[in-house]
Design a protein around this ligand. Structure first.
Ligand code: PEP
Ligand code: MG
Length: 581
């Protein structure tokens, strides 16, 4: 009998294959007492295990392919750094001497203490750092206990094409998976912002997280279908289901290949309106993809990644040089640089606040609020963006605006910087467009006021939906309410577009909704003429645009605004014949 398990899709695509389960038995760690004369020997045993674990991680790092994204290497580097941290190198040694206990027990006590500290943090991102502690300690522990490496940890070409199932994965696992040619993976835990999710997207293989209870229903070597589009795993599929998915998989491949022909085609609708289709970028390896997919520019450059895995924030020159690098690659295409959006789901090390943990970080000091409170953090970035504008078509975009006063303050800071640059004879674009993200209902409702002050607006639906529906976007318990088609969300989008049209300024959308091809026609009907999407989604969206007739869609969208549910919206839009797949 086929069993269907539901999780959260974090990387699209379909995989069919046999399962390999990564089972990390929790070792039974016992305490035993040692004599005073054995203390040095026990400490040496611990030191050797740490050194051995370090060698293992370095070897894994050596396997990282050139083409792999930098964040995978960064995760491994974080684990290597942890192996040098006194919390792991010194504290367990102190415990061995003080308690006269074995190295395993001392390490376990220290792990429990560290995990407790992380678990008590309110901040979702920091809580997930306890996984890093567990992964690193497990590695040392396995060496101490002389356990043999797991099957996927040694080169084994027989794992090629397998689908990995684990409770959670370490960054090292994901590197090895790439090495083995793994087809897909699923984990029982983890949310969309967990390391696993980020890595899956970087590896570009289908993946599902939060597949609770999966190990109860899936056995080693079972044949499964992992549908990374719907976020489901089908265990032991019958002949018909298998045949259906094999066909779907082939169609998917053919479909993606066929999209290649659209790279150079203009995103023009059947009734002759050209839509501005741009790309969202984050990591340096995304920079080239903008041109590869034929995007019209960058509608959202998330700069938080400049602050990742480091102690101090980047200085003005680092910002400036990075922006110049992107401008050079874009070679004349517009670049919309979003100023720092730290806080809530986006926690990084560099520039992080050390103040008390906020009890409700999504509603707290994040994005522009943090920047205005910390001009020392914000000013170098603003200056760098303004200076970079002399070298290409740059636009500056402010995240998470909720109050006109915030716009006034930023504009004032920009003016002061421009005066400074003038006095130093440093050139910049005097007409540098300054825009704002509409991500908070207050901003959408007052979009007319915001539009009066800004040169462009961009709707950030990831946050706009979170704040409209009052659900934490990283909490999988309330994810079912994350509904882009909720009438309240659609009305706020419409209000924003209308406000922009009246003020004669462009309105874009850069949230995930813009890259979901099932919403493209609805958004066109609501009047959206600028989309900024993940590069991987750009051609799919272009295809739908090319097939669309705006006059028809606008008629349909007027009805949609009076729908009472997302399901009704979907049904209405279905009548306009949205594209398959
Ligand atoms: C959004 O909120 O829709 C958005 C694009 O910003 P981010 O996902 O980076 O918060
Ligand atoms: Mg946002």
């Amino acid at each position: 009998m086929t069993i269907a398990l539901h999780g959260m899709s974090v990387s699209r695509g379909i995989a069919i294959g046999n399962v390999h389960i990564i089972e990390r038995d929790q070792p039974d760690i016992r305490e035993y007492k040692i004599s005073k004369s054995q203390i040095d020997t026990e400490i040496r045993r611990l030191e050797e295990a740490i050194s051995n674990a370090r060698q293992q991680l370095r070897a894994i790092r050596g396997h990282i392919k050139e083409s792999t994204t930098a964040d995978i290497a960064a995760f491994i580097d974080t684990h290597l750094l942890m192996l040098d941290d006194i919390a792991l190198t010194q504290e367990p040694k102190r415990l061995i001497g003080e308690l006269r206990c074995n190295a395993e027990w001392a390490l376990k006590l220290q792990r429990d203490a560290l995990v407790n500290v992380f678990e008590e943090m309110d901040d979702a991102y920091l809580r997930t750092r306890k996984d890093d502690v567990n992964h690193v300690v497990d590695r040392i522990m396995r060496v101490l206990l002389k356990q043999t490496p797991l099957r996927h940890e040694v080169p084994d070409s027989r794992l090629t094409g397998y689908i990995m199932l684990a409770d959670d994965l370490t960054p090292g696992d994901t590197v090895l998976m790439q090495h083995h040619g793994i087809a897909a993976f699923a984990t029982e835990y983890g949310g969309p912002t967990s390391h696993t999710a980020i890595l899956a997207r970087s590896l570009g293989i289908p993946a599902i997280v939060g597949l609770h209870q999966a190990s109860r229903y899936i056995r080693e070597e079972d044949t499964i279908i992992l549908d990374g589009i719907l976020g489901i795993v089908l265990v032991d599929p019958d002949k018909n289901t298998l045949a259906h998915y094999q066909k779907k998989q082939k169609e998917e491949k053919r479909y993606y290949l066929s999209l290649g022909r659209l790279k150079k085609a203009p995103a023009t609708t059947r009734d002759g309106i050209t839509i501005n289709l741009q790309a969202n970028i984050e990591l340096p390896q995304d920079f080239d993809t903008v041109r590869e997919v034929g995007a019209g520019g960058v509608g959202l450059y998330r700069t938080e990644f400049l602050y990742m895995n480091r102690q101090a924030p980047p200085d003005e020159e680092e910002h400036f040089n990075t922006y110049l690098k992107v401008l050079k690659i874009l070679d004349g295409l517009p670049l919309t640089i979003r100023t720092l959006d730290l806080g809530a789901d986006k926690q990084v090390d560099g520039g992080r606040q050390t103040g008390p943990v906020q009890s409700n970080p999504a509603l707290g000091l994040r994005a522009i609020r943090l920047c205005l409170k910390e001009p020392g953090l914000f000013r170098p970035q603003l200056r760098a963006i303004i200076r970079a504008s002399a070298f290409g078509p740059v636009r500056l975009m402010i995240p998470m605006l909720s109050h006109l006063q915030e716009i006034n303050q930023v504009l004032q800071m920009i003016q002061t910087i421009k005066t400074e640059l003038d006095s130093l004879n440093i050139t910049y674009d005097h007409n540098l467009p300054v825009g704002g993200m509409i991500e908070v209902p207050a901003a959408a409702i007052c979009a007319d006021m915001f539009a009066g002050k800004l040169d462009f607006l961009s709707i950030g639906t990831n946050d706009l939906i979170q704040y409209t529906m009052a659900i934490d976007r990283v909490n999988d318990e309330v994810n079912y309410l994350y509904d882009p088609l909720h009438p309240a969300v659609l009305r706020l989008i419409r209000t924003t577009i209308k406000a922009g049209n009246r003020a004669k300024i462009p309105v874009a959308m850069c949230g995930e909704m813009a890259g979901e091809k099932r919403h493209t026609q609805l958004l066109l009907g609501l009047g959206l003429r600028e989309f900024s999407v993940h590069p991987a989604a750009l051609l799919e969206v272009k295809q739908i645009i090319i097939e669309s007739n705006l006059a028809e869609l606008e008629k349909m969208a007027r009805k949609v605004l009076f729908s009472t549910s997302g399901a009704e919206v979907a049904m209405l839009m279905g009548k306009t014949g949205p594209a398959k797949n």
